[in-house]
Design a protein around this ligand. Structure first.
Ligand SMILES: [Zn+2]
Length: 353
C-alpha cells in the first residue's frame, strides 16, 4: 500500500471524535458542532476551542479558533503527540509499540501576588467622595446621566483614605504597598455580581499615565467591563474598546446592553464563553489599534456568538465618546439605534474607513 493509500485509509477508518478521545482531549457540543480542547501542546486551551467537523464539506477536518491549528485526523495525532506523518499513521493503526501518552497540560500563569481581588471598598469610597471637579469633568464628557448609575467616583477629595487605594507589588523587596498614583483620578468601577472586581482610573489632571489600572489578580485576566450586568439585559451586546466609550453608549441610548473589552490581551478564554449565543456588535476606535482589536475579538468570539457585527463610529470621530461630545446625545442616539437595527437584521454593518 502506498503512503497516499494509507493516509486515505486512515481518514476513512478513524473518525475525528474517536481519535480525539483516544488522545485524551475533552469534547463538548455547542450549537450542534463538536469542539475539543485544542490538541496543540503549545496552546494551553482550558475550554474546547478546536472544532471537529463531523459532517458536511469539511467533514474529517479540525480547526482551532484560537491558535489556528488545522488539518485532518492524521495531522491531529501528529500535532498532539509531536509526531511525523508516518509515526502518526503507525500510532493510529496501533502499530506503535510505545504509544506515547499526551503530555499533561500545565496551564502556566505569571507568578504574581494575589493583589486587588476585591476593590469594592475603594470604589465605594471613590463614589461617595466624588468631587465637584470630577463631576464637572464627567459632565464635559457627556456622561452626566450615567455617572450615578454606574457609580463613577474620584480620588481627588482632600484626605482620601490612602489605605483603600489599589495595591502594587515590589518584586525587589517583596513588599506590597498602596499605589499613590491612584490619587487625583476619576474611578470607573467594574461592577459585577460579587462586588467590584477591577477598576480603571483616569487622570483628572495631566499626570501620567492617562489611564491607570491596578496590578491584576492571579492569572492576569481582566473581566469585560459591565458584561455580567449586561448579560441580564439583552441578547444583543455592544462591545467597545474603552470604558468611557461603553458609558457613552449608555448615555446616548439608555437601556442599551454595552460592555467594554479594554485590551484583548487581558480577555481570558473563560470569559469568551460568556458571549455564547449573543449577537455581538463590535465598536472599536477608528485607529490602527482599533482595527487590530476588532479582528482579534471577531476571531475569538465568533466560535461562541450567534453573530458578530463590526460597527464603526462616524469617520469624523476617533471614538464613541468623541462622537457623543461633538455631535450630541440626540444625534448619537439616532446613529446607534440605526446600528442596532441593522445588526438585528443580521446585516453586517460596515462603513469604509
Ligand atoms: Zn489551539
Amino acid at each position: 500500500m502506498s503512503r497516499i493509500e494509507r493516509i486515505q485509509k486512515a481518514k476513512n477508518t478513524y473518525p475525528l471524535d474517536v481519535v480525539a478521545h483516544r488522545l485524551g482531549l475533552r469534547t463538548e457540543t455547542r450549537g450542534g458542532e463538536l469542539y475539543a480542547v485544542c490538541a496543540n501542546p503549545d496552546h494551553a486551551d482550558r475550554h474546547p476551542s478546536m472544532n471537529l467537523s463531523m459532517r458536511g464539506k469539511y467533514a474529517g477536518k479540525f480547526k482551532c479558533f484560537v491558535c489556528n491549528a488545522r488539518g485532518d485526523v492524521i495531522d491531529l495525532v501528529a500535532l498532539a503527540l509531536k509526531m511525523t506523518t508516518p509515526q502518526a499513521l503507525d500510532w493510529l493503526d496501533g502499530e506503535s509499540r510505545r504509544a506515547p501518552l499526551p503530555a499533561p497540560r500545565v496551564v502556566k500563569g505569571p507568578n504574581v501576588q494575589p493583589l486587588n481581588t476585591d476593590l469594592t471598598s475603594f470604589a465605594q469610597a471613590a463614589y461617595t467622595r466624588r468631587s465637584d471637579a470630577a463631576a464637572r469633568w464627567l459632565v464635559s464628557r457627556g456622561l452626566a446621566s450615567v455617572m450615578d448609575l454606574f457609580r463613577l467616583g474620584s480620588t481627588d477629595a482632600p484626605g482620601f483614605d490612602v489605605a483603600l487605594l489599589p495595591q502594587n507589588y515590589d518584586r525587589e523587596n517583596g513588599r506590597i504597598y498602596q499605589h499613590k498614583n491612584f490619587l487625583n483620578r476619576v474611578v470607573i468601577p467594574y461592577i459585577d455580581p460579587v462586588g467590584v472586581s477591577y477598576v480603571n482610573a483616569r487622570a483628572l489632571g495631566e499626570q501620567k499615565p492617562k489611564y491607570l489600572k491596578p496590578a491584576r489578580p492571579q492569572g492576569g485576566a481582566v473581566p469585560p467591563y459591565l458584561l455580567h450586568m449586561m448579560l441580564e439585559m439583552s441578547e444583543q451586546i455592544f462591545v467597545t474598546e474603552g470604558e468611557l466609550d461603553c458609558l457613552s453608549l449608555h448615555a446616548a441610548l439608555p437601556g442599551v446592553a454595552a460592555c467594554a473589552v479594554p485590551g484583548t490581551q487581558t480577555l481570558s478564554e473563560r470569559d469568551e464563553l460568556l458571549f455564547e449565543d449573543r449577537e455581538v456588535i463590535i465598536v472599536m476606535d477608528n485607529d490602527d489599534a482599533g482595527i487590530k482589536a476588532r479582528a482579534e475579538l471577531e476571531r475569538r468570539l465568533l466560535p461562541y456568538a450567534r453573530s458578530v457585527t463590526q460597527a464603526y463610529v462616524h469617520p469624523d470621530f476617533s471614538d464613541v465618546n468623541e462622537q457623543l461630545v461633538k455631535r450630541g446625545k440626540k444625534w448619537s442616539a439616532g446613529y446607534w439605534e440605526a446600528v442596532r437595527t441593522e445588526a438585528a437584521g443580521k446585516k453586517v454593518y460596515r462603513t469604509a474607513l
